[in-house]
Design a protein around this ligand. Structure first.
Ligand code: UDP
Ligand code: MG
Length: 317
């Protein structure tokens, strides 16, 4: 099969018939064999009803699953990826903001350019909320700096992947915002970008509010840390902890030595606890020990993590 299209959706009943019709038309015009995988993320409207009807009319190209409750976009993508069988796997939003008509060009770009992943770039956005445009620019600039991936629109819902990629990364929590980073960390570094036309939401409303910036920032930090020290936490905590401890220890020794030498010379000296440096030194020692311990505990946890020896073997003879 050429193409799998994974569509996570939450309360998008009105959009689905048109979405499917347009996908089908585009696929047939271009002679692709394809499947559409709808993942209903616990919708409370008629989405599942609509999907059931679509499935009855097109049993051979539609696959679908419904969550018991609303788990989120990442879990929906994760389950969709598990099911996907096409050589190229697309993800797109269900709300008709991503145009199915972009798919063939992205497919060709991925195949001919030898890319692992092509991300859409909504160069001109049509979001109802102004809160999306400027914050999203700042957010993307930060993400570019930290991830080292030169994408303008990291979180675009419309993306194309080689099948290999989606089978070897694990999207969880709210990490759908950073799939290119997950891919990069898994060794899929050929990441391209294609400008796509964005459209106004026809029905319903956006499911993500301002909280996504806070969540997105924290998740970015998590991923950065995981990719640098996830498998060797002691190299971070142990190092910083030891340095702090050493600093504090040396300071205390110096203070003690000063006091002893002053006393020896008969010069009156204040109590060590009256010197503010003492408390700074003490804090360093305590923090250092804490960090060292945190590193050690993290190391014990990662020794037992089930994925500690997950390596992607590309080829074997
Ligand atoms: N979505 C989902 N689960 C959620 C929230 C959203 O599956 O908990 C889907 C939603 O139905 C849509 C896609 O994720 O297909 C993108 O959501 P939305 O259009 O609300 O985001 P925006 O375009 O405003 O960033
Ligand atoms: Mg949308």
């Amino acid at each position: 099969m050429d193409i799998s299209i994974v569509i996570p959706l939450y309360n998008e009943a009105e959009s689905l018939p048109e979405l499917f019709k347009r996908i089908q038309a585009v696929m047939e015009q271009n002679g692709f064999s394809f499947e559409v995988i709808f993942v209903d993320d616990g919708s409370k409207d008629d989405s599942w009803q609509v999907i059931t009807e679509l499935k009855a009319a097109h049993p051979e190209v539609i696959r679908a699953l419904k969550f018991r409750r609303n788990y989120g976009k990442s879990p929906a993508l994760y389950c969709g990826f598990k099911k996907a069988e096409g050589d190229v796997v697309f993800t797109m939003d269900a709300d008709l903001q991503d145009r199915p008509e972009e798919l063939p060009e992205m497919y060709r770009m991925l195949k001919d350019g030898g890319y692992d992943l092509i991300s859409g770039w909504k160069k001109k956005r049509y979001d109802s909320k102004i809160s999306k445009n400027l914050p999203s620019k700042i957010y993307n600039a930060t993400a570019r700096k930290i991830t080292g991936i030169k994408l303008h629109d990291m979180n675009c819902g419309l993306k194309a992947y080689r099948k290999d990629v989606v089978k070897n990364i694990e999207v969880y929590g709210e990490m759908h915002r950073y799939i290119p980073y997950l891919a990069k960390n898994a060794g899929y570094t050929k990441i391209g970008e294609k400008v796509v036309r964005h459209q106004k939401r026809k029905f319903g409303e956006s499911k993500f509010g301002l909280s996504r910036f806070a969540h997105g920032y924290l998740d970015l930090m998590t991923l950065w840390f995981l990719s640098h020290f996830g498998k060797r936490p002691m190299h971070f905590f142990g190092l910083v902890g030891s340095l702090l401890f050493l600093l504090g220890f040396i300071a205390v020794v110096v203070l003690g030595a000063m006091k002893i030498s002053m006393l020896n010379q008969g010069i009156p000296f204040r109590l060590i606890t009256d010197i503010s440096y003492f408390y700074l030194a003490l804090t360093c020692i305590l923090l250092g020990t804490q960090l060292f311990l945190a590193g050690f505990l993290a190391e014990m946890i990662s020794r037992n993590a089930s994925e500690r020896n997950n390596y992607i073997i590309d080829q074997e003879l």
